[in-house]
Design a protein around this ligand. Structure first.
Ligand code: THU
Length: 131
C-alpha cells in the first residue's frame, strides 16, 4: 500500500468516528511492518476524559491482535464535513514512541490528494523511554 492509499483509508475511517461532543471526525490508518492496515476512529464520551483518539484506537486494535511493529500511520479529520488538518496530540505521540522507531512515518492528510509527512523523531524529539 502506498502513502496516498494509506491516507485514503484514513479518510474513509472518519466515517466511523463517534464524536457527538466535538463534531471532529478523525480517522487513522496504521500500517504494520508486515503490511497489515489497522483503522481507528476517535471515540468520545460524555465524561470527556475517557475519549480516545483515532490513532490510539488503531494502536489498541493492532497490539491486541499481537501486532507491535509498524512503519507508518495516516491521520485524517473532518469538521463540518470538510477535511481539516489534525496533527497527532501529545498523548498519541507518546504511544507511537512506545512501539515505533524514530523513522516511523506520520502522514497528516491536508486534502483529498495531499498530505504532510513527518517522522516520529520530528514530532517527538528527546522522547521519554525506559531502556
Ligand atoms: N483527536 C484525535 O482523534 N486525534 C488527534 O490527533 C487529535 C484529536 C480527537 C479527540 C477528540 O475526539 C476530537 O479529536 C477533538 O479534540
Amino acid at each position: 500500500m502506498n502513502k496516498q492509499e494509506l491516507c485514503n483509508v484514513a479518510i474513509t475511517a472518519t466515517d466511523k468516528s463517534y464524536s457527538p461532543y466535538s463534531g471532529c471526525k478523525v480517522g487513522a490508518a496504521l500500517l504494520s511492518a508486515d503490511g497489515q492496515v489497522f483503522t481507528g476512529c476517535n471515540i468520545e464520551n460524555a465524561s470527556f476524559s475517557p475519549t480516545i483518539c483515532a490513532e490510539r484506537t488503531a494502536f489498541a486494535k493492532a497490539v491486541s491482535e499481537g501486532v507491535t511493529k509498524f512503519s507508518a500511520i495516516a491521520i485524517a479529520a473532518k469538521r463540518g464535513g470538510k477535511l481539516s488538518t489534525f496533527t497527532p496530540c501529545g498523548v498519541c505521540r507518546q504511544v507511537m514512541s512506545e512501539f515505533c522507531d524514530a523513522d516511523f512515518k506520520v502522514l497528516v492528510v491536508t486534502g483529498e490528494n495531499t498530505f504532510e509527512e513527518y517522522t516520529l523523531a520530528e514530532l517527538l524529539p528527546a522522547s521519554f523511554k525506559l531502556d
